[in-house]
Design a protein around this ligand. Structure first.
Ligand code: C2E
Ligand code: CA
Ligand code: CA
Length: 716
């Protein structure tokens, strides 16, 4: 096998593209050069490259897989040892090469998520390596133990030869060895052990094994040791620390075996000690790297998720809290001042977070980008997590100085706090995410607390929004009509078309439940066109039945519809479809839809008005209308918002300001040649006052609630 070609690679592995294959090849070559000579292996260089090619493939597949797993790297560690790559520098160089070169060779060195994957693979590889090496060492130790036992068992004649063999093994073993009596007094140590512990043999022979034990050794080590001394076990193996003479700790794999005399009584102990400090430190370092964010040094997402899932081991009733934090407008800073300043800002924010909330049971982690999370284990209740959020927001209030810039930052925080029973880490994360979104939507620079009712409302909103297009197809909408009545003589001048949704699950829905949603999704355009067509068809039927007494239909036009370039044509073709005279159609637009619009929609309204269609301003008085501007607009009618009717009750309960405004609006409208309809008229006294003011017509429950056509037409 000489390098990869595209054909060698199974199709399923879509991650292995041409450049990836080339990168793997040069990595395998570099790897071979790095580790050849660090161990004695009976292979040619070509064979080594071949072997490492297979291992590289395992690593790269794991690295680029959709679902990331580290088990392949563990396997690679094991296979290195199996191939006798066991030299002291082999692992170090391998780890270093992975970190320095692998992503570069693959041309993927700019992707941060791959960086953290590399760290995790390094950790797993060295764990596999260590485990495999330990097993191999134990096998070797077993062989040495056999030799010791041989030395005892053999007859006098053979003893000397055996003894010599033992001496040779003992003195030259790369592994540290020592022999002590059953009280632990050291009798013999080989050179390796002297080097490892930093004591000369003469000094070690003065000492007892116990004095070398590390104070932090687990109880179990002592337990094993006592059992050994009492002859209850023949050997034991542990990973433990020793104190070196210079005070440093040495991590070792230690095997202690018991040697019995001819009567089977414990006579000696033989200790075999392998120094694994480097590997231990490396593993710790890799674990640290895999679980911390290199920029801020905060725990990363992986460590956070680990702690989060552990938090669920707590006793029933234990509470847990999450503050999910996202900086406001971080992207702007990053884009305008550069990533370098962005990075420094993240570091500064991380420090402030850490300082303001650090403490027992609290973990501040960086989730990635400008997102941070604070985990509160054993939370004492909602108030406590709110306090933390307040403290965090406060800690960010002062400006952050970086490279001469004074940057001010704020953050939005989603808060979730609850008992651990009945929830899962996935629930918590999802709810924290939703809540963070609320905090943003509510105006940023604040916290929001998870609220199951708000969530249910939003879920319902989402469901509605998603099912609306099909509902339009399935004729789930229908139109009710409400009369606009002349105050003078109660004649019905017009009827407003009001859409409703007969929802199969939620029942009859009023427009305030779905019109805004339809505006957001854009479905208002087809829905509005549908309502318009329904209303015009109904007007045609009434025209056929009532002739001159037929009222106009007044149809609401949403902002988006008024900006739809097809509007004029739609209206025209619907009028033509039903041969409806244009003066029997009125379109209602809100103030904001008419005022402050660009020229085109206004032009559309002019055209409609020119065709003879009536234009009304809906909910007048609730916006910020520039009254003087009205005279430039193609408008025929003002509909005064129902909110003014409160002040139009009987004289004693009336609000003189409201009454004054309404009367001014009516005069103004008349001066401009517009008719005026008052909305929300509920009582006879309101109708009476409006009539006196000179208002032309009224709409409201006093006259009729919105209803089906046959309920309304009896009033014509
Ligand atoms: P709107 O255009 O102001 O419609 C009048 C609303 O006031 C209607 O509510 C009506 O039922 C209600 N109303 C009528 N008389 C009274 C009264 O005496 N007292 C009180 N308190 N309320 C009264 P509805 O039907 O719930 O419609 C709500 C809003 O939905 C409408 O407000 C309109 O903005 C919108 N809408 C309804 N149908 C359509 C439509 O087809 N297209 C568009 N774009 N919007 C629509
Ligand atoms: Ca209306
Ligand atoms: Ca209205």
């Amino acid at each position: 096998m000489t390098g990869w070609t595209r054909q060698d690679i199974p199709r399923a592995r879509s991650a292995v593209t041409e450049p990836v294959a080339a990168g793997m090849e040069s990595f395998a070559q570099a790897w071979a050069s790095a580790i050849i000579g660090t161990s004695y292996v009976p292979m040619t260089k070509a064979e080594v490259v071949d072997h490492l090619r297979g291992l590289t493939e395992l690593l790269v597949e794991a690295l680029l897989a959709d679902t990331f797993r580290t088990s392949a790297a563990h396997e690679v560690g094991i296979r290195l040892v199996e191939a006798h790559f066991t030299g002291t520098e082999t692992l170090d160089r391998t780890i270093q090469l992975m970190g320095d070169e692998l992503l570069t060779e693959l041309g993927r060195d700019t992707e941060p998520h791959l960086r953290s994957r590399i760290a995790a693979l390094q950790g797993s590889l060295s764990a596999g390596y260590a485990q495999s090496l330990r097993e191999r060492t134990l096998d070797e130790q077993e062989a040495i133990r056999e030799a010791v036992l041989d030395a005892r068992d053999h007859a006098e004649a053979a003893l000397r030869a055996s003894e010599a063999r033992f001496r040779a093994v003992f003195a030259e073993a790369a592994i540290g060895m020592g022999i002590s009596d059953t009280d632990g007094n050291i009798l013999e140590v080989n050179q390796s052990l002297q080097d490892m512990l930093g004591y000369p043999a003469s000094e070690l022979r003065q000492r007892n094994l116990r004095s070398l034990m590390h104070p932090a050794d687990a109880e179990s080590v002592w337990g094993f040791y006592e059992q050994l001394l009492h002859g209850e076990r023949d050997h034991f193996r542990v990973e433990k620390r020793f104190n070196r003479r210079d005070g440093e700790a040495v991590w070792t794999h230690l095997t202690i075996s018991l040697v019995r005399d001819d009567d089977g009584q414990p006579a000696y102990q033989v200790a075999m000690v392998e120094d694994v400090t480097d590997r231990h430190l490396l593993q710790n370092r890799l674990r640290y790297q895999a679980l911390h964010d290199p920029l801020t040094t905060l725990p990363n997402r992986a460590l956070f998720l680990e702690r989060l899932s552990k938090a669920f081991d707590g006793a029933a009733g234990t509470r847990i809290g999450l503050c999910y934090l996202d900086l406001d407008g971080f992207k702007v800073i990053n884009d305008s001042l550069g990533h370098d300043i962005g990075d420094q800002l993240l570091v500064a924010v991380a420090n402030r977070l850490d300082e303001s909330v650090a403490g027992d049971g609290r973990l501040v982690a960086r989730m990635g980008g400008d997102e941070f999370v604070i985990l509160i284990e054993g939370s004492s209740g909602t108030q406590s997590i709110v306090d933390i959020a307040d403290r965090v927001l406060y800690s960010l209030t002062g400006p952050i100085r970086i490279d001469g810039h004074e940057l001010s930052v704020s953050a939005s925080i989603g808060l979730v706090e609850r008992e651990i029973n009945g929830t899962t880490s996935a629930d918590l994360m999802r709810d924290a995410d939703i809540t963070l979104y609320w905090a943003k939507a509510d105006g940023k620079s604040r916290w929001a607390l998870y609220d199951p009712e708000r969530n249910a409302r939003e879920v319902a909103r989402f469901t509605l929004s998603a099912t609306m297009p099909a509902a339009l197809e399935n004729d789930e909408f229908y139109v009710d009509y409400q009369p606009l009545v002349r105050l003078e003589d109660s004649k019905v001048l017009g009827v407003e078309a009001l859409v409703r949704w007969q929802h199969p699950e939620f029942g009859r829905l009023a427009p305030d439940r779905f019109i805004e949603l339809a505006e957001e999704t854009g479905l208002i355009v087809p829905l509005g066109r549908w309502v318009l067509r329904q209303a015009c068809r109904q007007a045609r039927r009434w025209l056929d039945a009532f002739g001159d007494a037929t009222p106009f239909v007044s149809v609401n036009l949403a902002v988006r519809q008024s900006r739809d370039p097809a509007l004029v044509n739609d209206v025209k073709s619907i009028l033509e479809e039903f041969a409806l005279p244009p003066h029997l159609l009125q379109l209602e637009l809100t103030e904001s839809a008419i005022m402050g619009t660009a020229d085109e929609p206004l032009e559309a309204l002019r055209q409609l008005s020119g065709m003879g269609v009536r234009i009304a301003i809906d909910d007048f008085g609730t916006g910020y209308s520039n009254l003087a501007y009205l005279k430039h607009l193609p408008v025929h009618e003002l509909k005064i918002a129902g909110s003014f009717m409160e002040g139009m009750r009987a004289a004693d309960g009336a609000d003189p300001v409201d009454a004054k405004i309404v009367s001014t609006l009516v005069s103004l409208a008349h001066a401009l040649g517009l008719t005026v309809t008052a909305e929300g008229v509920e009582t006879p006294s309101q109708a009476e006052r409006l009539r006196k003011i000179g208002c032309d017509s009224g709409q409201g429950w006093l006259f009729a609630r919105p209803g089906r056509p046959d309920q309304i037409e009896v009033l014509f």
